[in-house]
Design a protein around this ligand. Structure first.
Ligand code: IPE
Ligand code: MG
Length: 237
């Protein structure tokens, strides 16, 4: 979710107004994805690198996160969405973490879309945390080094139940990954939208999904290997 600051600055406003407006995009995109039958939506809300920002902006973002976690409960309840957060969550202020755990608990039995919020998230940190946990299990005799395969690593990621993303959308025209789900997106399709996140609403999502629907995914194989019954992502609207 990039370009909040630039969106606000280009209108002569303070950067934080972009973050505020970005929350409306989060609500719009989350609700629309749930309506369309998307199973899993991961939003990159705050990275481990974002702690380098000025203290005032960080404080604003943490307050915004806290109010988001409280104010959006009805949205999550009405849309049968389960919230699950990933990242180094212990880095978050205690009040934000408390609301986060409460919202997760309130939505834990929902069987619709899973909304994953990446907070104090970095893919390299996730992989380092996974490697450490794996090394500890080897040391404790619970894991044989010879038994470590591609999928073993998944079990040590922050949320092993996260399906590999099909589509990665980045806003504000940037063509980089910025330490996001590096292991998980091995075969994700990319879509870059020129607009900043505060402007990215339902119509923009539909453009991205229509574009994704026109891609041919081969996963390193040939077209004939791909199951023809894979449902088109734009179904249901
Ligand atoms: C994304 O918008 C929001 C966060 C990273 C929290 P930015 O704050 O990165 O906005 P730009 O990139 O400076 O415009
Ligand atoms: Mg940015």
């Amino acid at each position: 979710m990039d370009g909040n600051g630039r969106w606000a600055k280009s209108r002569g406003w303070k950067r934080v107004r972009g973050h505020q407006e970005g929350v409306n995009s989060v609500r719009a995109i989350t609700t629309e994805c749930a309506r369309l039958g998307v199973q899993s939506l991961t939003l990159y809300a705050f990275s481990v690198e974002n702690w380098k920002r000025p203290k005032a902006e960080i404080n604003f973002l943490m307050k915004l996160l806290r109010s988001f976690l409280v104010d959006e409960r009805p949205t999550l309840m009405e849309n049968n969405i389960r919230l699950h957060c990933i990242g180094r969550l212990d880095d978050l202020p205690a009040e934000s973490l408390k609301e986060l755990r409460e919202t997760e608990a309130m939505t834990k039995d929902h069987d619709g879309m899973v909304l994953r919020l990446a907070l104090s998230y970095g893919s390299r940190s996730e992989l380092a945390d996974a490697a450490r946990a794996m090394a500890e299990d080897v040391q404790a005799g619970k894991l044989e080094p010879s038994a470590i395969h591609d999928e073993t690593l998944r079990e040590y990621l922050y949320d092993p139940s996260t399906p590999d993303p099909d589509l990665l959308i980045r806003t504000a025209g940037e063509m980089r990954l910025s330490n996001f789900l590096l292991w998980q997106i091995s075969y994700a399709e990319f879509f870059v939208a020129a607009m900043g996140w505060p402007e990215f609403r339902e119509d923009a999502l539909h453009v991205a999904l229509d574009n994704y629907g026109g891609r041919t995914r081969k996963f390193g194989g040939l077209v004939s290997d791909v199951a023809p019954e894979t449902p088109a992502p734009t179904q249901g609207r």
